[in-house]
Design a protein around this ligand. Sequence first.
Ligand code: ATP
Ligand code: LTN
Length: 331
Amino acid sequence: MEKKTVFSAVQPSGVPTIGNYVGSIKNWVAMQDEYNCIYSLADLHTLTVKQVPAELRQRSYELLALYLACGIDPEKSIVFAQSHVHQHAELTWVLNTITYPGELQRMTQFKDKSRNHADNINMGLLDYPVLMAADILLYGTDVVPVGIDQKQHLEIARDLAVRFNNRYSPTFVVPEPLIPKVGAKIMSLQDPDKKMSKSDENVNAFISVTDGTDDIVRKFKRAVTDSEAEVRFDEENKKGVSNLLTIYSLFSGKSIPDAEKEFEGKGYGDFKLAVAESVAAVLAPINQEKNKMLADKGYLQSVLKKGMEQAEYLANKMIRKVYKKIGLIEP
Ligand code: ATP
Ligand code: LTN
């Protein structure tokens, strides 16, 4: 049987958090043998909020180095920068002509980001899900591994695929989201009602994948819990502790019930330290590898070049097909 296609991306909009890692990148690694995987740096998406050009460039290399350090293998998967394959912008234009402003205006992320960037509510911010749909549909993607916050955007991608297929003829595969059972939404360490986000103003709210052991320990020590002293998973009444248990389970490989037993009769201090140590133990070697990769820009550029050529070949076939179906004359 032919392998199914996987597509996913992260924006180089800041230093990824452990939420980005367990919600997406970590799961991409595991899919590389079973699927045809295509992983992108969503650099065009970052332009929807203000960026400092030199920082964007540096963060793009950092994110690529992180992908590779986490185990994304460019011999197995296509790894490329979205802006290097112009068909993403072209398909966005076509999809825009079958998208209604109303369906974009009701997106939770658009509403949140409009609130947080009230001085820069631009067309790109509104159109963000259409560019994401173009990313996915260009490659005949079957499966899209993402965290739960992207589910709404995946629904738009599915709707647009179906709409185009009905208006013209079957062209796009209707993609399925793949959302992890544990870790789809790691919460802020300072406010367990909010998603952990790399752009949070409070640096104690998130753990960046580049944080050193001292920072990791300090941030977990300060994590908001509750006034009990019982390490028990209860997402209704003990959100902070449940979030820490989820993180501990994902980083130590122990199940949540086993973790509860391990800390029976112990206080939050011991528990928080163990969570911090489990996270630091996973992140330290990844960072070491990432820094090694970053020192070799030539290698990183060669990975992007190869990825661009591979992605462009596929994207070009699809955009030709789309242009033909909608009645544009062939060059
Ligand atoms: P920002 O904070 O800048 O809006 P972000 O942290 O949400 O960004 P993205 O680049 O938008 O990061 O997301 C990359 C991937 O990480 C997506 O698949 C998203 O679903 C996932 N993700 C983001 N935050 C979390 C989280 N807290 N828990 C689990 N997965 C997450
Ligand atoms: N919007 C996504 C990043 C992204 C993406 C994609 C994810 C851009 N294009 C295509 C999956 C498929 C985010 O995680 N914020």
